[in-house]
Design a protein around this ligand. Structure first.
Ligand code: FAD
Length: 507
């Protein structure tokens, strides 16, 4: 291979996706590659990505970011899972905690053992066997030790943070490492006649910016990947009908919970994300089932603290770009697709897009195999995450029109097969490249009320008396460990206090 290396990269957009990409490329790509990011502050960013999942730790570690500094600068807090309220029936709640339940024994999955003992009245609630759930129930948190023998090492966490502050933090990081930022509006995109690659972008002030590789982080619109290259979009609204959201920050009241809350409402669901300086709230809804005014009234009537701004409207179409990498443009972030934020996966999909790009980094030969692999992996990841999100809708127990519609809809075969397999004997298998582990599927399936008819017969081969002792020990150990943790708010105040902010200005 004699192709020349990529010498210049242009990132279009300075939202979470743009600055995450800029920071990662500045850190990982060899020196001698010029990286420029163009953004127009006036256009603004979506910036409501405030809840994350545990792999964000890998991204921050790759950048060498200090956790305490990061949490302090982003008003961040800890997240140990998501509490789902009213998805099954009014008053019903369950937790999707991070990490595993209990311990597998002789190759038998813990939840199978639990199911067998539970049927015999010898086991408590499944949450009793999750350290994250025990900590959530007490609003407590402690940093997990490195020693894998310690029960505390079972505490798996992610973060809540202010997305705008995260982008600003990463902007500092990227600029310090040589990324050049250009303020300006892109008004046109020039394609090369020979191969249809993007040659340069034209800014409103008349200047032009050429590059070998373009990363489209321009948000839902997809300035390069769609407007210029007409790549196409696969619409998944028939499985995920929510298409609008209203977001509003409120003053913090009550204890700082180390988890996100997702409460089902008549035409969608409401999020609650506690940060150090405020709480993020929003109503994600289906515009076919409720008007914007009614949605705003529902949201405002169901806030815990004083609103700090007017509700901010957002519109979206759930789905994915048909090819995330087309010619010399790689779409990362909302330009590559969107799955509603129920399981906080968007920032992860940005991170995964960046990781794939680094693993398949092109040269000027623009090999088809790399592009094809990138697109295939992206598609597969989007579809698996989609199935997990659709699961919450398909198995709901509510009675309003939206909820009846999604309960009765046909879902992708990949999902219906999984539900059927679980409903039979509680079996669940993680696909190779799948984001959500078995424990996550178990948490949501059981939480949504899919109780398997039986359990894995291998669980019958184990001695029930020994199992019962083991389950008691796990429950007691986790409860004691959680009791000994500091309150989440005290832990944050001690390890990474964030500076006070003018809340109304910051909103
Ligand atoms: P944007 O934030 O839209 O940024 C686009 C950038 O492109 C901006 O900088 C803009 O200036 C620039 N731009 C656009 N056009 C031009 C132009 N012509 N010239 C120059 N610059 C231009 N994700 C999570 O992980 N967790 C969550 O809890 C979560 N909650 C969400 C809730 C809602 C309601 C929504 C809609 C999304 C949520 N997300 C969440 C997703 C998350 O917000 C996005 O993944 C993230 O913000 C990335 O956005 P982006 O950078 O791709 O696009």
């Amino acid at each position: 291979m004699t192709s020349a290396p990529i010498r210049s990269i242009c990132i279009v957009g300075g939202g979470t996706a743009g600055w995450m990409t800029a920071a990662a490329l500045a850190r990982m790509v060899r020196t001698g590659v010029a990286i420029t990011l163009v953004e127009l502050e006036q256009i603004g960013t979506v910036g409501v990505g405030e809840a994350t999942i545990p792999p964000i730790l890998t991204f921050n570690a790759m950048l060498g970011i200090d956790e305490a500094e990061f949490l302090s600068r982003t008003q961040g807090s800890m997240k140990l899972g998501i509490e789902f309220v009213d998805w099954n029936a009014p008053g019903h709640r369950y937790l999707h905690p991070f990490g595993d339940y209990g311990f597998d024994i002789d190759g038998v999955k813990f939840h199978q053992i639990w199911h067998r003992l539970r049927a015999a009245g010898q086991a408590g609630a499944l949450d009793d066997y999750s350290l994250c759930a025990a900590a959530c129930a007490r609003n407590r948190y402690a940093a997990p030790p490195r020693d894998p023998a310690s029960p505390l090492s079972r505490l798996v966490h992610a973060y809540h943070f202010d997305a705008a502050l995260y982008a600003a933090f990463l902007r500092d990081y990227a600029e310090q490492r040589g990324v050049a930022r250009r303020e300006g509006k892109i008004v046109d995109v020039a394609l090369r006649g020979s191969d249809g690659h993007v040659e340069r972008v034209l800014l409103e002030d008349g200047s032009r910016l050429a590059a070998d590789l373009f990363i489209d982080c321009s948000g839902f619109r997809g300035l390069l990947i769609e407007d210029a290259l007409h790549t196409g979009y696969e619409d998944w609204t028939h499985w995920l009908p929510c298409d609008r959201a209203l977001a509003v920050p409120t003053a913090n009241i009550g204890p700082l919970t180390p988890y996100t809350r997702a409460t089902a409402r008549a035409a969608g669901w409401q999020w609650r994300i506690p940060l150090q300086h405020r709480t993020g709230n929003g109503y994600v809804y289906s515009s076919a089932h409720i008007s914007d005014d009614e949605a705003a009234a529902t949201l405002l009537a169901n806030l815990e603290g004083e609103p700090l701004a007017d509700p901010r409207p957002l519109r979206f179409t759930t789905g994915r770009r048909k090819r995330a990498w087309n010619r010399n443009v790689v779409a990362i972030g909302l330009s590559s697709g969107f799955l509603e934020p129920l399981e906080s996966t968007s920032i992860h999909l940005i991170q995964a897009g960046i990781a794939r790009l680094l693993a398949l980094f092109p040269d000027s030969g623009w090999g088809d195999p790399e592009r094809d692999a990138y697109n295939q992996l992206t598609r597969s990841q989007y579809e698996r995450v989609r199935d997990f999100v659709v699961l919450h809708y398909k198995t709901n127990g509510r009675d309003e029109p939206l909820w009846r519609q999604v309960r009765e809809m046909d879902v992708p075969d990949s999902l219906s097969q999984r539900i059927a397999l679980f409903a039979n004997r509680g079996r669940i298998f993680r696909h190779e490249d799948e984001l959500f582990a078995e424990a996550s599927w178990v948490a949501v399936l059981l939480g949504q009320g899919v109780m398997p008819r039986g359990w894995d017969p291998l669980a019958d081969a184990l001695d029930p008396a020994q199992l019962s002792v083991m389950l008691d020990r796990i429950r007691t150990t986790f409860a004691r460990a959680a009791d000994a943790m500091p309150l989440h708010s005290d832990w944050l105040a001690h390890h990474c206090p964030a500076p006070p902010l003018d809340l109304r200005k910051a909103s």
